[in-house]
Design a protein around this ligand. Structure first.
Ligand code: ATP
Length: 375
């Protein structure tokens, strides 16, 4: 129970006094499996919240359908859907205590007896560890406690699906990290199908079974965090996942002395990276073809063995940013500023030329239209 199927979902809005239509969600197909924790991830305005609101029944679909356990629920009201939603701003009733906030929805939407309602509230209270604040009103508790009450309220509904819209974004960094693990524990304990919206990739990477990356209302890729991180389907996904983000450089394929080389277009750049013939064949590359190189910051190392590895490159070290356990180096590679994440014991001076290296196996290549050729 709890399999959610979204078929060809389109949602467009027309702003008041305007003829222009905004397509917020564009032909989205996603199946969320029973008990799965799916994260909808993407930049601001990509259509995450609209998708969630369509699933919740808070928006009317322009076209497409939504099915829960094979039942078409597209036309159902929010109350008729077996789902509970948790919002970014907690959405608690200010004049009610925590206990009343949790039981109120049950009172309005079910015919459970008072005793059964209290049993459910007590169970949710114990799961969320909020016994001590049951008689407090929202204004009397902290942000983290408010979100615990809001999660408790979702739990008492005992729904088939939890819908969570950036539930942690109003909390400070430490509380966010704490609540992240709380929600993971909750999911393990209850096993309820969960769809979780965020633009925070740490939440997406750490909490989800699968991530669905959206951009401009379109699904870019869906897969396990590990797969999407290591095998992004296009340059957008590659650049969106990872902190610091992947480095990019526009290059061209050339051939000199029987060696294929990726060189930067720009006359000021010294980037020339030899690649094996197998890459040229597997990616079906042509001499002169324009491509984009991608390299993750953690895959770059700074070396002093200049010249011994034909993959090594040189660049000016612009800034060193100490991060505690490691350093972020900002390297000027052509017109781009590349970030390298290296051990903090590497001694370097800003303004000097450094030699850096990344392995061919860590090289990502993207075609002109952004499609991944090699990851
Ligand atoms: P954020 O992370 O900023 O909340 P999001 O990915 O959740 O962004 P949505 O809120 O779903 O994005 O918005 C998607 C697009 O639809 C945006 O261009 C937004 O301006 C537009 N949009 C959303 N709701 C409405 C509305 N009620 N009327 C008009 N346009 C809307």
């Amino acid at each position: 129970m709890g399999t959610l199927r979204i078929d060809q979902l389109v949602k467009s809005f027309t702003a008041p006094n305007s003829v222009n239509e905004v397509v917020a969600v564009d032909n989205l197909d996603i199946t969320v499996e029973e008990g799965e924790f799916l994260v909808l991830l993407g930049p601001s305005g990509c259509g995450k919240s609209t998708t969630l609101r369509c699933i919740a029944g808070l928006e009317t679909l322009t076209s497409g359908s939504i099915r829960l356990d094979e039942t078409d629920i597209t036309g159902n009201s929010p109350q008729q859907r077996d789902m509970a939603m948790v919002f970014q701003d907690f959405a608690l009733y200010p004049h009610m205590t925590a206990a009343e906030n949790m039981s109120f929805g049950l009172k309005m939407t079910t015919d459970l007896s008072e005793k059964d309602r209290m049993d459910r509230v007590n169970e949710a209270t114990s799961i969320m560890d909020i016994e001590g604040i049951l008689d407090k009103k929202p204004a009397q508790v902290s942000g983290g406690q408010k979100q615990r009450i809001a999660l408790g309220r979702a739990i008492v509904r005992d729904p088939e699906v939890f819908l969570m819209d950036e539930p942690l974004s109003n909390l400070d960094a430490k509380l966010r990290a704490q609540m992240r693990t709380e929600i993971q524990r909750l999911h393990r304990q209850l096993g309820v199908t969960t769809i979780y919206v965020t633009h925070d990739q740490t939440e997406a990477m750490t909490m989800s079974d699968r991530i669905a990356v959206l951009n401009n209302g379109e699904l870019q890729q869906i897969g396990t965090p590990d797969y999407v991180y290591h095998h992004p389907t296009n340059q957008f996904v590659a650049g969106f996942l990872g902190e610091p983000s992947m480095n990019f450089l526009e290059v061209q394929l050339s051939e000199t002395d029987d060696q294929y080389v990726l060189t930067a277009d720009d006359a000021t750049t010294t980037f020339a990276y030899p690649i094996d013939e197998t890459i040229v064949q597997e990616c079906d590359l042509a001499i002169g073809q324009r491509l984009t190189v991608g390299v993750r910051p953690e895959d770059i190392s700074v070396t002093d063995d200049e010249g011994t590895n034909n993959h090594s490159q040189t660049a000016m070290l612009d800034v060193v940013e100490p991060m505690g356990s490691d350093n972020f180096l900002y390297l000027l590679v052509g017109q781009e500023s590349w970030t390298a994440r290296v051990d903090e014991d590497v001694e370097l001076t800003e303004g000097e030329q450094v030699t850096y290296l990344f392995e061919e196996s860590d090289l990502h290549l993207f075609a002109d239209d952004g499609t991944t050729l090699k990851s």
